[in-house]
Design a protein around this ligand. Sequence first.
Ligand SMILES: NC(=O)c1ccc[n+]([C@@H]2O[C@H](COP(=O)([O-])OP(=O)(O)OC[C@H]3O[C@@H](n4cnc5c(N)ncnc54)[C@H](OP(=O)(O)O)[C@@H]3O)[C@@H](O)[C@H]2O)c1
Ligand SMILES: *[C@@H]1O[C@H](CO)[C@@H](O)[C@H](O)[C@H]1NC(C)=O
Ligand SMILES: *[C@@H]1O[C@H](CO)[C@@H](O)[C@H](O)[C@H]1NC(C)=O
Ligand SMILES: *[C@@H]1O[C@H](CO)[C@@H](O)[C@H](O)[C@H]1NC(C)=O
Ligand SMILES: *[C@@H]1O[C@H](CO)[C@@H](O)[C@H](O)[C@H]1NC(C)=O
Ligand SMILES: *[C@@H]1O[C@H](CO)[C@@H](O)[C@H](O)[C@H]1NC(C)=O
Length: 321
Amino acid sequence: MLCSLCGVLFYFVVFVGAVLVFFRFWIKTLANPCKSYTCMVGKTVIVTGANTGIGYYSALDFAKRGANVILACRNERKANEAKDSIIKKSGNPNISIKLVDFRSLKSIREFCADVNKTVEKIDVLLNNAGAAGLKPGLTEDGLDGVWQTNYFSPYLLTVLLVEKLKKSGPCRVVNVASIMGKLSNVSLETVNTCNESMVYSWTKQCNILFTRELAKRLKDTKVHVYALHPGAIYTDIWRHLPKWFLLVWIPMMKFIYKTAEEGAQTSIYCSVAKECENDSGKLYAECKEIEMYDSCKDMTFAEALWEKSADLVKLQEHERI
Ligand SMILES: NC(=O)c1ccc[n+]([C@@H]2O[C@H](COP(=O)([O-])OP(=O)(O)OC[C@H]3O[C@@H](n4cnc5c(N)ncnc54)[C@H](OP(=O)(O)O)[C@@H]3O)[C@@H](O)[C@H]2O)c1
Ligand SMILES: *[C@@H]1O[C@H](CO)[C@@H](O)[C@H](O)[C@H]1NC(C)=O
Ligand SMILES: *[C@@H]1O[C@H](CO)[C@@H](O)[C@H](O)[C@H]1NC(C)=O
Ligand SMILES: *[C@@H]1O[C@H](CO)[C@@H](O)[C@H](O)[C@H]1NC(C)=O
Ligand SMILES: *[C@@H]1O[C@H](CO)[C@@H](O)[C@H](O)[C@H]1NC(C)=O
Ligand SMILES: *[C@@H]1O[C@H](CO)[C@@H](O)[C@H](O)[C@H]1NC(C)=O
């Protein structure tokens, strides 16, 4: 009796172990690092959400390439820690901070006005900041907090900087999306609605639709637009999951998921690689182009989404592009 139980347990452990090793191999070992040697001395890069996770490692990589890096973060203490650490690890002192909160349209507007005034040329805008697992709820702007952080704020931020980007060309706008956008099915009715189980996927699908529509609207300029899925990565993004779940989940993630540094590679690729310099409106993963998700192919919807977003973030007539 006892022994047959031991037997069952043994096979169970072997089975779980095999599954974990399989996923580790698939997610981590097959990951493709960015092989570009592009030098970025004299170039300016803005990274949103650069204080931690893949945003931090993207910013560090640009710093090592000699870029002037602007860390666009909401928390001054965390931003300063990241800045000191990047300067120390890269030996590049040209790292600065601009504070911005993605849960406030006013803050985005102030940030853009500041960048517009103080930054001469933007070579890369990496729209990386994002959040998952937050409880739904409206912000002071009357928008859902997850929608605003992941989609409306990057939308507004990019649109307000378009004139500057056009003058900066050739330059790149890189939008960090997710494979979650593939299985998603957003509609004009569900935009800005609080559905806890769907909201993250919807916003990530919108990041890709935004990329395609922006590329279309800027096709006669030297601004190139990219969307990407960074992979499954162990970062702070999981911090809002229940504590008991994290107890099991964190050790598993550490084993099978990419590190933040591994997870930053496709963001870096889209920002610096020469081989995709003439692309725009495409989707990437593991440092190469991948087929556009079916959920993001409808350009009539992409245009309608753009217009609805312009209304929701209260874009003025003269700011529309
Ligand atoms: N991790 C994954 O497996 C995975 C998979 C697919 C896609 N992604 C995407 O990758 C991007 C980066 O995620 P990550 O995994 O590196 O997550 P992370 O470690 O949690 O970093 C997210 C960054 O966004 C910032 N942020 C969040 N809310 C903000 C707000 N209201 N205002 C300003 N900044 C805000 C965070 O700042 P604070 O530190 O102040 O909160 C942090 O710097 C996200 O867009 C995410 O959707 C991640
Ligand atoms: C810092 O920026 C200046 C001006 O763009 C540049 O000349 C210098 O080489 C940069 N320093 C480093 C270490 O990259
Ligand atoms: C950026 O600056 C230009 C010139 O100073 C000004 O015309 C434009 O309105 C500014 N744009 C934003 C978004 O602040
Ligand atoms: C998305 O929704 C539309 C209409 O609501 C439906 O026709 C379509 O099959 C759905 N697609 C997916 C992938 O669920
Ligand atoms: C959220 O979306 C899921 C999947 O589309 C659906 O089953 C569920 O009913 C929705 N919940 C609410 C509150 O709308
Ligand atoms: C991109 O276009 C420019 C100008 O047409 C060309 O010189 C360059 O070789 C192209 N780059 C790639 C990687 O195709």
